[in-house]
Structures are given as structure tokens and as C-alpha cells.
Design a binder for this molecule. Structure first.
Ligand SMILES: [Fe+2]
Ligand SMILES: [Fe+2]
Length: 222
């Protein structure tokens, strides 16, 4: 790989990126939303890279997916509604100023602009990776609502997940989200109520990568 190419490291350390993601999460917290800050950005970024690397894709493709994964929710600093387009536009501006080539920016903003259902579609390997990585980040530590009595279904479903792991198997051509769920906190039915649309999108994204998508809850493959 050409050492002069900009990487996730430079993006992560950019002062604008640091500030906007931190403030975006403050806003999500104020709205009672689950965590959308540097933790979520970092996890989505590394899972995106992991998916493409494990499937034997080019390192630069995995790097662009990791950058898209890091920036995919940055637009929440403007508003949760419309954050997909806002994130893409903000990434366009930041990456242009950093000196990324337009061909790479095009791939990154396309991946960001397609990360959410119902409008998002896997349109590139990078976008497929970001979709699956984003939907994989369900965990109790994402819940920011301090009042358990006021938990909504999103809080309950996230709070119930004690362990989540995305298993990517290149030989089997499978991508499987394995969850350990406390069914006293949220029922599997509740999980489905929230995740059915997301899982459909994950399946399409996995298809795009030539893989089958699977979900496993408490050791049971669904
Ligand atoms: Fe999002
Ligand atoms: Fe996200």
C-alpha cells in the first residue's frame, strides 16, 4: 500500500471529526437515543474493515469502508432526521479538505448515504460492509437513558444484549450475527420487531458480498 495514502488514523484524529461526533452523541443522549459517539463510530469502522479483510478484499477497499464506518453517523450533529444525507455531505467536505481524491470520496459518501433502511441499498462492497457493521452494534453499553422505567423498545433490546459477535467465514461464505440476549429484559419477539427491517437489509448486503447472512440468538440459528 502507498504510504502517502490517507487512512482512518488521520480521519479519526481530525479535530472536526472529533468534535462533531462527540457533539452528535450529546444530542442523541439529550433525545434519549442509544450511543452514537466515538464508541459506535469505532466499532462500526473496525467491523466494516474486518468484514472485507476476512473476505480477502483489497486493503484499500477495507480502509475506505473503515473510514465510511467511522463517519456514517456524524450528521447526527445536525439532526437525527436526515442524518444519512447530512453525514455524507459532512464527510464530503471534511475529506475534500483533508485532500482525499474524489474517486475515494465518492465511494465513502456513497457508503455513508446508503447505510440506513428503508432508503439505503448495498451499492458497493464498502456500503455492504458498513450496513452490516452498523446493524451489528447492538449492546447493553449503548443505552444512554438513565431511567430504566422509561426504557423504550430500542433501549430494552439493546440493554438485553450481553454479548454480540459478527462471525465472518470466508470459506463457508457466511456472515453471522451471534447474540447473547437476556430474555428477561427483552423478548426475542421484541428483538424481531425492531430488527426485521435491519436484518432484511443485512441479508441484501451479505448477498452483495457473495455471502449468506445469518442470525443466532442464544445459540439458536434463526
Ligand atoms: Fe445511522
Ligand atoms: Fe450507526
Amino acid at each position: 500500500m502507498n504510504n502517502e495514502l490517507l487512512t482512518l488514523k488521520e480521519v479519526r484524529h481530525d479535530a472536526r471529526v472529533q468534535t462533531y461526533i462527540a457533539v452528535a452523541n450529546e444530542q442523541m443522549k439529550a433525545l434519549g437515543y442509544t450511543e452514537h459517539g466515538h464508541r459506535h463510530a469505532g466499532i462500526v469502522s473496525s467491523i466494516s474493515r474486518h468484514i472485507l479483510t476476512t473476505l480477502g478484499r483489497e486493503p484499500r477497499q477495507a480502509e475506505l469502508a473503515a473510514i465510511a464506518g467511522y463517519l456514517h453517523d456524524i450528521g447526527c450533529v445536525i439532526n437525527r432526521v436526515g442524518h444519512v444525507e447530512a453525514s455524507a455531505m459532512m464527510a464530503y467536505d471534511i475529506l475534500t479538505k483533508m485532500g482525499f481524491p474524489p474517486e475515494e470520496i465518492a465511494v465513502i459518501i456513497g457508503a455513508i448515504g446508503n447505510h440506513e433502511e428503508p432508503m439505503g441499498e448495498p451499492i458497493s462492497p464498502e456500503s455492504a460492509a458498513v450496513i452490516i457493521a452498523d446493524k451489528s452494534d447492538v449492546h447493553s453499553t449503548r443505552v444512554q437513558n438513565p431511567d430504566h422505567a422509561k426504557f423504550d423498545i430500542h433501549d430494552r433490546v439493546n440493554y438485553a444484549v450481553q454479548k454480540s459477535y459478527l462471525r465472518v467465514d470466508e470459506a463457508e461464505k457466511t456472515i453471522r450475527l451471534e447474540l447473547q440476549v437476556n430474555t428477561e429484559v427483552a423478548s426475542v419477539t421484541e428483538y424481531f420487531e425492531i430488527f426485521v427491517m435491519r436484518m432484511v437489509l443485512c441479508r441484501r448486503a451479505a448477498d452483495f458480498l457473495g455471502c449468506k447472512f445469518g442470525l443466532e440468538i442464544n445459540g439458536v440459528r434463526l
